[in-house]
Design a protein around this ligand. Structure first.
Ligand SMILES: Nc1ncnc2c1ncn2[C@@H]1O[C@H](COP(=O)(O)OP(=O)(O)OP(=O)(O)O)[C@@H](O)[C@H]1O
Length: 259
């Protein structure tokens, strides 16, 4: 087998959320408590507990697992939105993310204005954004709505524009969290085609979905997370089958593997 350099390296990644359980979640409350020598009431949620894997350049890794397994947390960390509590993430390339579709869009602005801002934020020059605008708008296919404030968009329209912007930024690495659920059936099909196309141009992908069919279709490898740990990593069909079996049987069937 030829050796391919990894585009993403995740090494012993831990992410712990600190949740403030105070009713009054204010700085004043914390200061008053601090002066009185009382402790502010926190709870820690260990969303990822030592996850290690890599994604070779040009390949797609699918991420599956039950609700709360840590999938979205992993994506946010790889996208650089969440800092690791412990461990290491290395990225080789420009990352574009479809996480929480359209985060960063300003709904008071029109679709057109957001596309321009999104492009500039992704590091394109004004000329590049201008050159790409028509393609982005055509793919999103929003008609006159492209010049309407985004607060007037349906959630499907919103997702379509977000998807279109992300995939047209020519990312080296694309992080997709349930993006295929964006839009209606027709748009889903086009989104699927676009993603295959991106993979063809040597794009690296990290894809989270509960749709195991899609995961198997697009992934070269699948990782299965459960309660913040990587349970299995390997050939898509094998891992999806093991996961399905687990869903039928429950927790006991899980066999931890060392990676
Ligand atoms: N912002 C947050 N603050 C505190 N805890 C969080 C936060 N986001 C997620 N969590 C917790 O971290 C754990 C992992 O959540 P995460 O959203 O990563 O799971 P997931 O696998 O994406 O789940 P789903 O399939 O339901 O989307 C869960 O226990 C969740 O309650």
């Amino acid at each position: 087998m030829t050796h391919v350099d990894p585009a993403i390296i995740v090494d012993d990644l831990h992410i712990t959320y600190k949740v403030n359980l105070e009713r009054k979640n204010s700085l004043k409350n914390a200061l008053v408590k601090g002066m009185k020598g009382e402790k502010v009431n926190y709870r820690e949620v260990r969303a990822l507990r030592g996850v290690t894997f890599d994604v070779p350049k040009g390949q797609c890794t699918g991420v599956i697992g039950a609700n709360g397994a840590g999938k979205s947390t992993l994506m946010r960390a790889v996208a650089g939105i969440l800092p690791p509590t412990k461990g290491r993430i290395e990225i080789d390339g420009k990352v574009s993310t479809l996480l929480a579709l359209g985060v960063g869009f300003n709904t008071a602005l029109t679709g057109r204005e957001n596309v321009v801002l999104g492009g500039l934020a992704a590091g394109l020059t004004r000329a590049e954004v201008k050159a790409k605008f028509d393609e982005i708008a055509a793919f999103a296919d929003l008609g006159d709505f492209i010049d309407m404030p985004m607060r007037t968009y349906s959630s499907g329209m919103f997702s379509r524009l977000a998807f279109s912007v992300s995939v047209h930024m020519e990312p080296d690495i694309l992080i997709i969290d349930e993006a295929l659920s964006a839009g209606d059936a027709k748009f889903k099909e086009r989104a699927g085609q676009k993603m295959s196309e991106l993979m063809g141009t040597a794009g690296t992908m990290l894809l989270v979905s509960h749709a195991l069919g899609t995961i198997q279709e697009l992934s070269d490898e699948v990782i299965w997370l459960h309660k913040g740990r990587l349970i299995k990593r390997g050939e898509p069909k094998e891992i999806c089958d093991a996961y399905l079996e687990f869903l039928k049987v429950g927790d006991d069937s899980i066999v931890m593997e060392d990676f």
